[in-house]
Design a binder for this molecule. Structure first.
Ligand code: ADP
Ligand code: ASP
Ligand code: MG
Length: 419
């Protein structure tokens, strides 16, 4: 079996969905499992719904309408006849969402978040599955929540591999075109959970692992994995082959083309991961597999914007010791702040972090009781794997370098823009 993942960008409009059909015609669709994300920026639009809901904003209705309108337009463009059963199926899902919003009693933001954002994937797979049938390809629509079981850590749920393996091994039909949702799972009470933003790549890997799939292909709007994000680097080059290890490193440092959790299950079973263009599906793209680190061997650039550089120093000039450091890390964990770089000296400790959930203010209040806290906001973290002088010069040009850290294979540079 092959597992294909189509992300938000590939199904952002009717032309995108038609293109999925064309891709399947070209590469084959027998014995395939399609993992599909929410269309375009739907997850962001649903995040706005959740914000309005919690703020009791009068624009809640309008935010829901926005999501419905967007999908309705795609349906009209795809099916023309609004008597087609897909209209009802999608309407049904949105009614469920509205029912949830008007009846929910839980004050738990993360719980509500998962119940709401999941409609993005439920709707996209419903549309895609109906469209494939409309064009003559029979599909099996799978509710992924019956398969991927997780803990109840909403918004960042951990997979229960034992349960998930059993569910998938015994229930996915081979020889069919199966269609399922990325990003979602369910907890032991069958409430919807999500695996973290951009988690659909990971869903594809979970299925591949449990099915002993022959390969995973993630279809992207770029030719494959490149040595830099082509949105920010004009001369980015395609990497033909990268090892699992290198891909894990790149994803870990923030190359968003592959979700970092994707590689580990694939590497365990040596299942190759193809990253290919949904615009040119017959081009080779990149293969992530066992073997040489990088082919061609080039410096790889990763950019993380909007980082926070925090420096903690002891108030009384005492050393920052192991016990302080473990306490500091426990706090970062508790406040869900991700640490991307660490630098330690005798009396100070610097970390470059990402405050995805806006918790730094609260954390700062706790830290300030024990340490002198200084911070620089909106800095950029550059990582260069396999760096050389030219690569470093390129990054540093016209910028203020605040911190630099070098190891054998990796250079990290924190910069702020020159005013
Ligand atoms: P999806 O539609 O599957 O969610 P994403 O938008 O998350 O796809 O990932 C594709 C994007 O990843 C590209 O448009 C590109 O801007 C970005 N990207 C970041 N780093 C790289 C890289 N090293 N190589 C290729 N693309 C990259
Ligand atoms: N729809 C989810 C997101 O936008 C998951 C994904 O696209 O991978 O984060
Ligand atoms: Mg994405």
């Amino acid at each position: 079996m092959r597992v294909f993942k189509f992300g938000g960008a590939s199904v952002k409009d009717a032309a995108g969905i038609k293109n999925v059909y064309d891709v399947l015609q070209q590469v084959g669709y027998e014995d395939v499992l399609l993992v599909v994300s929410a269309m375009g920026k739907t997850t962001n639009a649903l995040e706005l719904v959740i914000k309005d809901y919690f703020e009791k904003s009068p624009s809640l209705q309008a935010s829901v309408q926005e999501v419905k309108k967007y999908h309705n337009q795609i349906l009209m463009d795809l099916f023309e006849d609004d008597k087609h059963e897909v209209f009802q199926a999608v309407q049904h899902l949105f009614s469920d969402l509205e029912y949830f919003l008007s009846h929910n009693k839980s004050p738990n933001y993360n719980f509500v978040y998962d119940q709401v954002v999941s409609y993005g994937e439920l709707v996209s797979t419903t549309v895609l599955s109906h469209y494939m049938s409309f064009r003559g390809i029979q599909t099996q629509w799978i509710d992924v929540r019956h398969f991927i079981k997780t803990d109840a850590n909403y918004r960042d749920a951990e997979v229960d591999w034992e349960l998930t393996k059993n569910n998938i091994a015994s229930n996915v039909k081979r020889k069919m075109l199966n269609v399922t949702q990325g990003f979602l799972g369910s907890d032991e009470n069958n409430f919807t959970t999500t695996l973290g933003r951009e988690g659909s790549d990971y869903t594809a890997a979970i299925f591949a692992y449990c099915l002993n799939a022959e390969s995973v292909t993630i279809w992207k709007d770029v030719p494959g994995v490149m040595n830099a994000d082509p949105r920010y680097f004009e001369n980015a080059s395609l990497l033909n082959q990268i090892s699992y290890r290198e891909a894990i490193e790149l994803a870990f440092y923030g190359a968003t083309v592959i979700h970092p959790k994707t590689l580990q299950p694939l590497q365990k079973k040596e299942i190759p991961l193809y990253v290919k263009s949904f615009i040119n599906p017959l081009l080779k793209g990149t293969v992530v597999s066992k073997g040489v680190a990088l082919e061609p061997y080039l410096p790889c650039f990763i950019v993380k914007r909007d980082q926070l550089l925090i420096s903690l120093s002891s108030i009384d000039f005492s050393f920052i010791m192991e016990e302080n450091i473990s306490e500091i890390f426990a706090l970062f964990h508790e406040f869900k702040i991700k640490v991307n770089l660490i630098q330690n000296s005798a009396i100070s400790f610097s970390v470059c972090v990402e405050d995805k959930f806006g918790n730094f203010k609260d954390l700062n209040a706790v830290l300030s009781k024990k340490f002198k806290v200084d911070f620089n906001e909106h800095v950029t973290l550059y990582t260069i794997r396999h760096f050389n002088d030219l690569a470093a010069e390129m990054v540093e040009k016209d910028k203020i370098v605040i911190l630099k850290q070098v190891s054998t294979e990796t250079m990290q540079i924190i910069t702020s823009e020159k005013q």
